[in-house]
Write a protein that binds this ligand. Structure first.
Ligand SMILES: Nc1ncnc2c1ncn2[C@@H]1O[C@H](COP(=O)(O)OP(=O)(O)O)[C@@H](O)[C@H]1O
Ligand SMILES: [Mg+2]
Length: 437
């Protein structure tokens, strides 16, 4: 393969962050959509200075004040190549390093070590949120994004109608962006880089937000891109989209590249890891967990309405999720949260004591908390539950990404013999039909 065919070459890339700065990061850029066009250094600096990047200075490696406990490797020795015209999917758990990788490739942040070489003009859409100025109108924001990122006014003008058309915000062009719905913002944010005709398009998670219609439009637009030898790097939690769009994918886990191959295989590997078996009766011995350890979950069980332990709850029936824990000390204002994931890795629902305005005083020793669900709204399938506990200052006490795995094999949700096909439902909703004419 001649080197002319290579669009992106990543060699031994590593990126280190200082953990203490994480919260600040979320405040400054976490919620910001960063659309970034590779442009002369001057524009890049200008753009970069618009946001506060709390990255650690790569030179401070030799700073003795940095203690190794507070260091986190977001990427570790990652190497791969992408050929011109390839569409590469990048998947992995939250925190795996996907966004960090894309930020380095977009030259928004520097690697701590290693190298990323890019051949061609890049345009990226990074993180879901907004890089728009809320007080300015849609029209003004299109120009602002364009010019700040290095385009001439005439270049923005030439594409203006296409951008507006694609995003469907025509009626709201002269409305301040702060009045836009999140869907409108995402549509506009996708439309700008997508119409810049870059050679390499980098997309981070944008499909997580828009509605189904818009997602289709984005996928079609991306498909167009690949014609004519353009390259796409696509991060998504939508496994269906990854398989449809990307012949090849990378799987990142804790900052390392664990697999590289055909998307079908990589997605399967990712999903099987999500559902790695766990001994739900013996969570105390799980070492892969978060939190400071003042409280530890020791068991997670499901009880059906007769109080019997079950691993195959019935959809539509009541279910208790019972969490047993041990606390090393008295704790006040403790909050519990659990998330149910389906077999595609989609978080189906999140039950947090905060939604009941509750928190608990926990005495030293063993304890049990129960989350009661009156009518289990899950379609048939395979699920896992992730659990966590926090103290009153929001410090994580304990966190397990898999506390228990269960199957829903029987549905009595609608009380009818007909059960909606799984591929059309993620959650079941009580509803009625009425013929009014
Ligand atoms: N600016 C930052 N400062 C400190 N830690 C960060 C920063 N950005 C990301 N991280 C951490 O680096 C790890 C990888 O994050 P990220 O690349 O956003 O993962 P992903 O996109 O796969 O969810 C996470 O643990 C995250 O908390
Ligand atoms: Mg991310």
């Amino acid at each position: 393969m001649s080197s002319n065919d290579v669009a992106v070459k990543v060699e031994h890339l590593s990126k280190r962050y200082r953990i203490g700065l994480k919260e600040e990061m979320h405040d400054s850029i976490g919620s910001a959509m960063l659309s970034f066009f590779k442009s002369p250094l001057k524009n890049y600096r200008k753009y970069r200075s618009l946001y506060r990047f709390d990255d650690m200075d790569p030179n401070s490696e030799f700073d003795s004040a940095v203690n190794s406990d507070s260091i986190l490797w977001a990427l570790r020795d990652v190497s791969f190549e992408v050929n011109r015209g390839e569409v590469l999917g990048i998947i992995g758990n939250n925190g795996a390093g996907k966004s960090t990788l894309l930020k380095i490739l977009s030259r928004i942040t520097d690697p701590t070590s290693g190298r990323a070489t890019i051949h061609g003009k890049v345009s990226s859409l990074l993180e879901v949120g907004t890089g728009f100025h809320p007080e300015l109108t849609g029209r003004e924001n299109i120009y602002l994004n364009g010019t700040v990122l290095g385009m001439r006014k005439s270049e923005v003008e030439a594409r203006f109608d296409q951008i507006v058309d694609f995003s469907g915000v025509e009626k709201f062009l002269d409305t301040p962006v702060k009045r836009y719905s999140s869907g409108m913002k995402v549509r506009l944010a996708f439309a700008i880089p997508a119409h810049m005709e870059p050679e390499i398009l980098i997309i981070d998670e944008v499909l997580a937000v828009g509605d189904a219609e818009f997602q289709k439009k984005c996928l079609a637009k991306m498909q167009d891109f690949t014609k004519g030898g353009r390259t796409i790097l696509f991060v998504s939690h939508n496994m269906g989209a990854v398989i449809d769009l990307c012949p090849r994918s990378l799987l990142l886990q804790d900052g390392t590249l664990v697999s590289d191959g055909p998307s079908k295989d990589i997605v399967e590997e990712y999903l099987s890891k999500l559902f790695s078996p766990v001994d739900n009766q013996n969570l105390g011995s799980v070492s892969d967990r978060r939190g400071d350890g003042r409280l530890r979950f020791v068991a997670a069980n499901l009880h059906s309405k007769n109080g019997k332990c079950t691993r195959v709850p019935i959809s539509g029936h009541p279910i208790d999720i019972i969490l047993d824990f041990f606390s090393k000390e008295d704790l006040s204002n403790v909050q519990f949260v659990l998330t149910v994931f389906n077999q595609r890795g989609v978080a189906v629902t999140n039950c947090h004591v905060k939604t009941m305005n509750r928190n608990f005083q926990i005495a030293k020793g063993s304890g049990r908390i129960i989350c009661r669900i009156n009518k289990l709204p899950l379609p048939l399938g395979n699920y896992k539950i992730a659990i966590a506990a926090y103290d009153g200052l929001r410090n994580e006490l304990d966190g397990l990404s898999t506390a228990c795995i269960f199957d829903v094999e029987t549905s009595n949700f609608f009380g009818a013999r007909y059960v909606p096909p799984m591929r059309y439902s993620t959650v079941l909703v009580d509803h009625t039909w009425e013929l009014v004419k």
